[in-house]
Write a protein that binds this ligand. Structure first.
Ligand code: ADP
Ligand code: ADP
Ligand code: ZN
Ligand code: ZN
Length: 846
């Protein structure tokens, strides 16, 4: 191992005997106070080393030090498998978020910029006549009782119901279902019987009922209870039934139902719009009366941060500011204003450097990509003033255009130069080249990896023959496999005219079908908007038969029926408009392959998601012992009573309750993590019980289940996408976004031809080593060869260069973007002077 002259010997984190997950009892020394890149193919063990060992151990020590008495309990949780680590500072992990944070967190709250802006309004704002005292800074927050709008409770969105939404067809009688918003099935009959008992005519057409009665039935808050004698069914006994007006039922379901399906159903009867009282800001009237630089705080929150910076800049340059004021005269020209504006400006600068200047402070974090979220948190750390800690980051370049890699490196370097260690798991070779040290893990994935191939200054990797990272880090060696192939010609075109949404303003876009299309552009240029919203909603509307977007002036606002509730409650300002669409008839199906988890609980896993587990359970049910004991396939499910362990209800883990550490898990003592009860485990197939099979890797299972056609096909596709190292029973919650995405792709690939499918992917290379990107590309090309269309949002120039067609958005982010700057073959776009992507694509094509 080459020496590292500039660092003193004790400035190393020394890891000895690490064997977490697939790590092979490795020893490695990693320098502190510099940027260190951990590289290797997906599944090689990078995260097991950086997060699973180094970060986890640092956190464990920290917890022990704060709560020594809890040591025994914590040890039931997770201890990394490592003999020793010395020289380890406290660690902070910035991983890409997997769960969804609450919708109340925004860019401003995550970065804490909102606190400062509120303080600026409170202490230096311009108050109108009639205020006796200044408002407290809390009064400028929709998340506090002092600030929240009384109508929408600070959410900014109001739901309303009207007769039109609740009763779409007024010629129907109640018996025939006039009140469409009421529930179906048994409950419908029940409500109808209650209505009859209350003395209403359920057989008259709705429009002929008395208006006062119609009003009461739809909107009353009263809930009379009446005795019902079931009329048709003479066997049933009388019972008491409670009345629910349509409105009451709808809002009750929205607020309290645990079923997402039910909530989605009732949302159809609700008009969701900007709160009329606060205009969507969530703030009280008083707060909205105060201004700074002529704007309300709501207006400033809605601006891109880059524009907010320009509004604050004059204040930072004020000469001879006045002393702070305590009365309600304007404080805009005081030293407090200067200090607060200067602080804001410096912090916004970092965010702009990280390519996030197009975001507004009010933007809710649920609408951000994981990469944007991580960069926000990274920028926030720069101001934390911490030093002497290890930051462990998960692919900070995710979502970044190659043009923005440089500023990212500057920010990482700044963290390091203020005395911190910065450990990044990275695939972007431009970022890796900017590190001082590289730890290359591999060579392969799972059992084929787990060794440290090299740990040293970056240039030294050039000498390491077995490294799969080397060819990509040193492309001039010409060893990187190429993905060259002939360009396809489109079979048809999907044309969209006059598209407006977010920063897309009256844009025309043409998507060639039967090809691989890459959509490029800097962060915030509108790629996700075009692909994830516009294409998706237009095609979805067409496939659902609503014709949204297919007609002149059609507007998807009303019934786009977005797939998720979170989308559905966005303010109406977020609505898509499309003037004309043609070519939809060539599409039979649409599939989005994203990086969202394949399941949110440890109950789903690779085997259950792909359907592979059905074949496995059938196999066990078919063994002699199972037949003898009368065990059906259901017995071998860990999700239902019967075969599963009842202590952990089939989870394999039980939660360890700790006051200060909610959600710690320990292995189930009854089944020792196997999830099944003893009787079930007695049944074996070819020497293995069902828990043993779930513990197999895909590679091992492919061999073990070779003779089972229903299983071997999905296993083959999983190996094709490079997931041979995953275990069948690995809980969905442990899979990375990239792994989840490839499992979805594999599941798609095993479904043979089903007509022309349009696949939409958002940055599918996130989390993938360049060698894995090649595997992924081959799969995408196979989907296109089979007659489908694939549209990917991408920053990885390997993928862009291999596409048949490129749509480049820009030129910049936010309002400075949203236009199609160039469209054509990769070669055409690479030579377009207006495109910021061009130089990077040209370099790749050369
Ligand atoms: P990388 O970060 O290089 O993609 P990981 O460190 O995540 O690789 O994974 C290395 C190996 O360990 C893989 O075979 C992976 O499936 C396995 N693995 C990862 N996390 C867990 C876990 N929580 N439990 C069991 N195996 C895991
Ligand atoms: P890209 O995918 O190229 O990074 P996006 O499509 O995410 O860009 O964003 C384009 C513009 O639209 C940006 O100005 C962004 O802030 C804005 N935008 C994206 N999503 C939303 C949303 N849900 N609400 C409001 N603005 C949004
Ligand atoms: Zn409101
Ligand atoms: Zn158990």
């Amino acid at each position: 191992m080459p020496g590292y002259e500039h660092t003193t010997p004790d400035a190393f984190v020394r890891v000895r005997g690490a064997s977490e997950n697939n790590l092979r009892n490795i020893d490695v020394d990693v320098p502190r106070d510099v940027i260190v890149a951990f590289t290797g193919v997906s599944g090689s063990g990078k995260s097991s080393l950086a997060f699973g060992t180094i970060f986890t151990e640092a956190q464990r020590r920290y917890l022990e030090s704060v709560a020594p008495y809890a040591r025994r309990l914590i040890q039931q949780g997770h201890n990394p498998h490592v003999d020793s680590i010395t020289g380890l500072p406290p660690a902070v992990a910035l991983q890409q978020r997997r769960g969804a944070p609450s919708s109340r967190s925004s860019v401003g709250t995550v970065t804490t910029l909102s606190n400062t802006l509120r303080m600026l309004f409170s202490r230096a704002g311009t108050f109108p006549e009639g205020f006796d005292t200044r408002l407290d800074s809390d009064a400028f927050s929709p998340n506090t009782a002092a600030g929240a709008c009384p109508e929408c409770h600070g959410v900014g969105v109001a739901h309303t119901v009207t007769e039109e939404t609740l009763v779409p067809d007024t010629s129907l009688s109640i018996r025939d279902g006039a009140i469409a918003a009421w529930p179906g099935a048994w409950q419908a009959k029940n409500l109808r019987d209650i209505t009859i008992a209350l003395g209403y005519d359920v057989d008259r057409p709705w429009r002929d009922l008395d208006p006062a009665d119609r009003d009461w039935l739809l909107y009353t808050d009263e809930q009379p209870v009446v005795e019902i004698t079931p009329q048709r069914d003479r066997v049933a006994k009388p019972y008491k039934g409670m009345f629910w007006s349509a409105k009451k039922y709808v809002f009750h379901t929205l607020a309290d139902s645990k079923s997402a399906t039910m909530r989605e159903r009732v949302l159809r009867f609700v008009r969701t719009g900007v709160c009329p009282l606060c205009g969507g800001s969530g703030l009280r009237r008083e707060a909205l009366a105060v201004t700074f630089a002529g704007r309300t705080i709501a207006e400033l929150n809605a601006l891109p941060m880059s524009e907010l910076a320009e509004i604050l800049r004059p204040t930072t340059m004020l000469e001879n500011p006045a002393p702070a004021v305590s009365s309600t005269t304007s404080g805009e020209r005081t030293d407090v204003a200067v200090a607060l504006a200067t602080d804001l400006l410096a912090r916004i600068r970092v965010l702009t450097d990280l390519g996030l200047g197009y975001l507004g402070l009010g933007r809710v974090t649920t609408t951000l990509s994981p990469g944007e979220m991580q960069r926000l948190r990274l920028a926030t750390q720069l101001r934390s003033g911490l030093f002497g800690v290890v930051y462990v980051l998960d692919e900070p370049s995710a979502g970044l255009h190659p043009a923005d890699a440089e500023p990212l490196l500057d920010v990482l370097a700044q963290l390091a130069s203020s005395g911190n260690s910065v450990f990044v798991v990275e695939h972007n070779m431009d970022v890796v080249r900017g590190a001082a040290w590289i730890v290359d893990v591999g060579p392969g994935a799972g059992e084929g990896g787990g060794d440290v191939l090299y740990s040293g200054p970056v240039d030294g990797l050039a000498e390491v023959a077995g490294s799969r990272t080397r060819p990509f880090l040193f492309p001039e060696s010409g060893e990187a496999p190429t993905a060259e192939r002939e360009r396809r010609s489109p079979s048809d075109w999907l044309s969209l005219e006059g598209v407006s949404l977010h920063n897309l303003a009256d844009v025309d876009a043409a998507v060639p079908l039967g090809t691989l299309v890459a959509v490029t552009g800097v962060s915030g240029s509108g790629k996700s908007t075009l692909v994830g919203r516009v294409l998706r909603e237009v095609v979805d509307g067409y496939l659902r038969g609503t014709g949204i977007g297919a007609e002149e002036g059609a507007d998807a606002e009303a019934d786009a029926a977005p797939a998720e509730l979170a989308d559905a409650i966005l303010p109406a300002a977020d609505a898509l408009a499309v003037r004309r669409v043609s070519g939809l008839e060539h599409i039979d199906r649409m599939v989005r392959v994203d990086q969202k988890p394949i399941g949110r609980t440890p109950r789903s896993n690779l085997a259950t998601y792909t359907g592979l587990f059905d074949a496995v359970r059938a196999l066990f049910a078919d063994t002699d012992l199972a037949r003898e004991r009368g065990y059906s396939a259901g017995r071998f499910s860990f999700n239902v009573a019967g075969g599963r362990c009842e202590t952990c209800l089939g989870e394999g883990y039980v939660s360890v309750e700790l006051l200060f550490l909610p959600g710690s898990y320990g292995r189930c003592p009854t089944c020792d993590g196997s999830r099944y009860n003893t009787e079930t485990l007695e049944v074996t197939y070819d020497g293995k019980n069902v828990a043993d099979v779930l513990a197999l890797t895909v590679d091992q299972a492919a061999e073990f289940l070779e003779a089972v056609p229903a299983a071997s096909r999905s296993l083959r596709t999983l190996r094709d996408v490079g997931l041979g190292y995953l275990r069948l029973g690995q809980p969905a919650t442990e899979l990375s976004g990239g792994e989840a995405q490839r499992i979805k792709l594999a599941t798609e690939l095993q479904r043979a031809g089903r007509g022309h499918t349009l696949y939409l992917l958002d940055e599918p290379t996130t989390g993938l080593h360049p060698a894995d990107v090649r595997l992924l590309l081959a799969q995408l090309q196979a989907l296109v060869d089979a007659g489908n269309s694939v549209v990917v949002v991408e920053h990885d120039m390997d993928v862009v260069a291999a596409a048949d067609w490129v749509i480049d958005l820009g030129p910049a982010g936010g309002d400075a973007g949203g236009r199609i700057v160039a469209a054509g073959t990769p070669h055409d776009v690479a030579h377009d002077d207006a495109s910021r992507t061009a130089p990077y694509l040209a370099r790749r094509l050369a």
